[in-house]
Design a protein around this ligand. Structure first.
Ligand code: SAM
Length: 176
């Protein structure tokens, strides 16, 4: 009985936490599809000391495949919501991944200056809010890869169409 109540409390608190952060940020922790994650990984070069930042990483559906497919790179996964962040921390330990930096913070407060590439799956309103931060912090040549949504006001260098109704296109930008 005590165990059942404890589990129930944990489940309810976790759901409330997810709901609270979804309301606060306007972005639910909806993951990219595995196909989109593989596609995005192929667009990012695997260079020594390359830093890739996933902003709004949720459960790490982009960050973990990137960490495995880019062992020479550092993958920073930034997430504000505690439950997905904790999930990533546990998975990192469980899988013994050593090239990830999982950060629990607001992406608007995180420094993006070391990024060689940014990956994200965020809706366009949020990307529009992020654009001034991208423009002031990202160095020329930085690749920005956005799953499904375009960055308002930026022209993509390419748009990769996909046979996937859940993640139908990927926008690729290069900072000038
Ligand atoms: C649609 S999910 C993206 C999931 C992941 N990138 C993927 O492709 O599987 C958006 C995530 O962004 C996070 N998020 C939204 N605003 C944020 C902020 N200001 N700082 C950090 N994370 C944020 C949300 O908590 C949510 O988990």
């Amino acid at each position: 009985m005590v165990l059942a109540c404890t589990v129930l409390v944990i489940v309810v608190v976790s759901l409330l936490e997810l709901f609270y952060y979804t309301l606060k940020t306007g972005a639910p922790p909806m993951p990219s599809s595995f196909g989109a994650a593989r596609h995005i990984s192929r667009l990012i070069s695997n260079s020594e000391k390359h830093t890739v930042i996933e902003i709004g990483a949720a459960w790490g559906h982009l960050a973990f495949p990137l960490a495995f497919s880019h062992p020479a790179s550092i993958i920073r996964a930034i997430e504000i919501s505690p439950l997905p962040w904790l999930f990533m921390k546990l998975l990192e330990k469980l899988l013994g991944v050593s090239n990830m930096r999982i950060e629990r913070c607001d992406m608007f407060d995180a420094s993006l200056e070391d990024a060689d590439a940014i990956v994200c799956y965020l809706h366009s309103e949020l990307l529009e809010e992020l654009r001034p931060k991208f423009e002031s912090e990202l160095k020329p040549g930085t690749l920005v890869v956005s799953n499904t949504y375009e960055i308002p006001g930026w022209s993509p260098t390419k748009v990769e169409r996909r046979e996937d109704s859940y993640c139908p296109q990927i926008y690729v930008y290069q900072v000038k």
